[in-house]
Design a protein around this ligand. Structure first.
Ligand SMILES: [Zn+2]
Length: 336
C-alpha cells in the first residue's frame, strides 16, 4: 500500500516539488554497520548489505545532493543559511566491516563522511557482547545448555538458560565473564567465533584501522567511550566524552568536536554538558530534515535501513516524508 501511495506521489511530481521546497534544509543520513553474512536479516536497521549502501550512494550522486563534512554544516549554520542540497553522511558506532563495505562507495563518489566512534570496543577487541548474544539466540533459537565445565555452573541451578536469564546473569557477573560466556554460547550452537575475528563479524575497527581510515579522510567524531549517556549524571557524561575524545585524539591526532547521542536519545539538560565541552554539533535519531530553527546540538537525521526500498529512501531524501510529518503534527496541534 505504501509503495502504491509513494509511486503515485512521485508520479504526480510531489517528490520533485518537495526537493525544491526543502532545498536549503540539510539532510543528515545515518548508517551503522555492514553485514558480513546474515546480520542484515537479524537487524536491518544496524547492518546493511554493502550492495545496498553502494546503490544508495549512487542515488545520492544521481539526484544531485552535495555531501559535506560536519564542519562545513556548522559553518553554514553560523553563516545563517544552509547551502542548496546540502547532505551529510554519518556512520554510527565503529563496526569493522564498514572499511570494505562502505569506504569503496564513498571513495568512488568522493563523498566526505563522519564516523561517530564508540571507543571501548576499539580498545577491547572482541565481539560486542549483548548484540552477539541476541544474534546467536536469533540464529539458533536457543536455549543455552550448560556443560559440566561451564563457567556459569557455580552461579545458577538451571541447566538451560534463555536469553533473558543469560543476560541477567552476565550483568551480575561483570564484563570479565562476557567473552567466556560468548564462547560457550558459540560452542553450544556450533558457531565459529575465531572466524568472526577474520571476517570482522560483530567486531569493531581495530585502533590501527581507525588511524588508517582517518588518514584516508574519514572524519572520526564522538559517540561516548562505552555507548552510555542517557541515564548518567553530568560528571559521568563529561567523563564518557573526555575518555572518548582522548582515545580518538591518540588515534587520529585530532580533537573531535561533533557528537552523536548513543541510541539517539537525549534530555534537554544534556545540552549544558555538550556546551561546556564546546562541542559544535550533536545528532539524534529523530527522523527528519534539518531546518533553520534546528538547534545544532539536537540535529535530526534520516535513518537508512537495509529493508527499505529505494523508493522509500527517495521519499525521505527528497523531503516529502518530513513535510508530511510536519503537516500532520501541525494539524494535530491545531486540534488541541
Ligand atoms: Zn550507537
Amino acid at each position: 500500500m505504501k509503495t502504491i501511495i509513494l509511486t503515485l506521489c512521485q508520479w504526480l511530481g510531489l517528490f520533485s516539488l518537495a526537493k525544491i521546497l526543502t532545498a536549503r534544509r540539510p539532510r543528515i543520513l545515518c548508517y551503522h554497520g555492514i553485514a558480513v553474512e546474515d546480520e542484515h536479516l537479524f537487524s536491518p536497521g544496524v547492518f546493511m548489505q554493502s550492495s545496498t549502501f553502494a546503490r544508495r550512494m549512487a542515488l545520492v550522486a544521481k539526484w544531485g545532493y552535495k555531501p559535506v563534512s560536519l564542519d562545513e554544516l556548522y559553518r553554514q549554520h553560523h553563516a545563517g543559511q544552509y547551502g542548496k542540497d546540502t547532505l551529510v553522511i554519518t556512520i554510527d558506532d565503529g563496526w569493522a566491516a564498514i572499511e570494505y563495505g562502505m569506504l569503496p562507495a564513498l571513495k568512488k563518489h568522493n563523498f566526505p563522511a563522519t564516523l561517530y566512534l564508540c571507543t571501548y570496543f576499539v580498545v577491547n577487541q572482541r565481539p560486542v557482547f549483548k548484540l552477539a548474544v541476541y544474534y546467536l539466540f536469533w540464529k539458533y533459537k536457543g536455549p543455552l545448555t550448560l556443560s559440566d565445565s561451564s563457567c556459569l555452573k557455580p552461579y545458577t541451578t538451571l541447566q538451560q538458560l534463555g536469553i533473558n536469564e543469560l543476560l541477567k546473569l552476565a550483568a551480575e557477573l561483570g564484563s570479565a565473564f562476557e567473552q567466556p560466556i560468548l564462547q560457550e554460547l558459540a560452542d553450544c550452537f556450533d558457531e565459529d567465533l575465531t572466524n568472526w575475528q577474520y571476517t570482522c563479524k560483530l567486531m569493531f575497527l581495530s585502533p590501527e584501522k581507525v588511524t588508517a581510515l582517518a588518514k584516508q579522510g574519514l572524519a572520526i567524531e564522538l559517540h561516548t567511550h562505552r555507548h552510555k549517556f542517557l541515564k548518567l549524571d553530568s560528571a559521568e557524561m563529561t567523563k564518557e566524552i573526555i575518555d572518548n575524545q582522548h582515545v580518538i585524539s591518540q588515534l587520529t591526532g585530532k580533537i573531535a568536536q561533533h557528537f552523536c547521542y548513543p541510541s539517539g536519545n537525549h534530555r534537554p539538560e544534556q545540552l549544558h554538558v555538550l556546551n561546556n565541552m564546546e562541542l559544535k554539533t550533536a545528532t539524534t535519531t529523530e527522523n527528519g530534515l534539518v531546518n533553520a530553527r534546528s538547534h545544532p546540538l539536537t540535529l535530526p537525521r534520516l535513518m537508512d535501513r537495509d529493508n527499505i526500498s529505494d523508493l522509500e529512501f527517495e521519499a525521505e531524501l527528497c523531503g516529502v516524508m518530513t513535510l508530511l510529518r510536519e503537516l500532520t503534527s501541525f494539524f494535530k496541534r491545531g486540534r488541541q
